[in-house]
Each structure stands twice: as structure tokens, then as C-alpha cells.
Design a protein. Structure first.
Length: 67
């Protein structure tokens, strides 16, 4: 009997703001280690990070093209 996994969206995860070593403020997704949906939480955080990094890369590429 297979159980259906709960889908966790990145927006479902709490966000924490921390200061990076260079002084910039960075938002991090917080994952609870004792969560019943730990695997789904990690996947959601990973997807969120990849989406943010790709958007930053596209923005930088666009800025270079405009120069």
C-alpha cells in the first residue's frame, strides 16, 4: 500500500534573514531536521535556491549584454 507524499512548496518553508561575511543580507529557507517531510522540505529549499541563482545569472547576463 503506497502512501502519497505531501507536496511542499518553497513558500511553505519559513525564511530567515542573516548577514553574510561581506555584510550583505541574505534570505535562507529554514528546514526542520525532525520534520516528517524532511526530504520534501530539502527539495523545496533546493528548488528555491536554484530558481534564485538562475534569476541572478540571467540578470547579470542581461546587464553585460546592455553594456
Amino acid at each position: 500500500m503506497a502512501t502519497q507524499l505531501k507536496s511542499v512548496r518553497p513558500s511553505d518553508l519559513p525564511t530567515k534573514r542573516v548577514r553574510a561575511p561581506d555584510g550583505t543580507v541574505v534570505q535562507l529557507k529554514v528546514v526542520q531536521s525532525d520534520s516528517e517531510t524532511l526530504g520534501e522540505d530539502l527539495l523545496a529549499a533546493f528548488r528555491s535556491n536554484v530558481r534564485r541563482i538562475k534569476a541572478d545569472q540571467r540578470k547579470r547576463r542581461g546587464d553585460q549584454d546592455a553594456s
